[in-house]
Design a binder for this molecule. Structure first.
Ligand SMILES: Cc1cc2nc3c(=O)[nH]c(=O)nc-3n(C[C@H](O)[C@H](O)[C@H](O)COP(=O)(O)O)c2cc1C
Length: 180
């Protein structure tokens, strides 16, 4: 059984909708338990519990929201040095395309790496000229098919990597060709 936490901040609901789809994607992988929690509900224990973590934040001035930053600054310092090796990824909703959502994912990766999380990107295309190489990003709420697919693909990939690397379930390897 793999444990996946989808942790998000959302003031006006857009990142929360992304988080729902990310959680749905993780649930597609058998024997995965998924917790979907807002940053106001989550505790450090949820971070200890998970094997894989997807973190979502709205884009605020090109970076992570202050509420999400506060969670890691205040609630989780007791986890520093104790969560190394967990697998993590990021997603963000911004007001517009080019508004900094990928930079927000990058700021989340920097934060996660500081705690020792292993962060990953997704090389897949989920629609015409639409990918999630550096995390799932959407302008406002996820509406179009490919926007929803990007969120789901991120969650599914997280659960797949947890299955493979944490639980040794090689059959969940996502790539068509296994190159090792
Ligand atoms: C303080 C603040 C800063 C923002 N900065 C940006 C920004 O830099 N780039 C952008 O595209 N949108 C920006 N936005 C818009 C939000 O990223 C956007 O509305 C997002 O969908 C909100 O997500 P939420 O509904 O999950 O809260 C900002 C909004 C706020 C309130």
């Amino acid at each position: 059984m793999g444990n996946v936490l989808v942790l998000y901040d959302s003031k006006t609901g857009n990142t929360a909708k992304m988080a729902d789809y990310v959680a749905q994607g993780a649930e597609e992988v058998g024997d995965t338990e998924v917790r979907l929690l807002s940053v106001d509900e989550a505790h450090a224990d949820d971070v200890f519990w998970c094997d894989g973590l997807a973190v979502g934040s709205p884009t605020y001035v090109g970076v992570v929201s202050w509420r999400m930053k506060r969670f890691w600054d205040e609630a989780v310092p007791k986890a520093w040095g104790k969560v190394d090796g967990k697998i993590a990824c990021a997603f963000s909703s911004s007001g517009g395309w080019g508004g900094g959502a990928e930079l927000t994912c990058l700021s989340l990766y920097i934060l996660l790496m500081n705690f020792g999380f292993l962060v990953f990107g997704v090389p897949d295309y989920v629609g015409e000229a639409f990918t999630l190489h550096h995390g799932a990003v959407v302008a406002r709420e996820p509406k179009r098919e490919e926007e929803i697919a990007a969120c789901r693909r991120l969650g599914k990939r997280l659960a797949q990597w947890v299955a493979v690397y944490v639980n040794g379930r090689e059959e969940h390897w996502p790539g068509p060709i296994k190159q090792r």
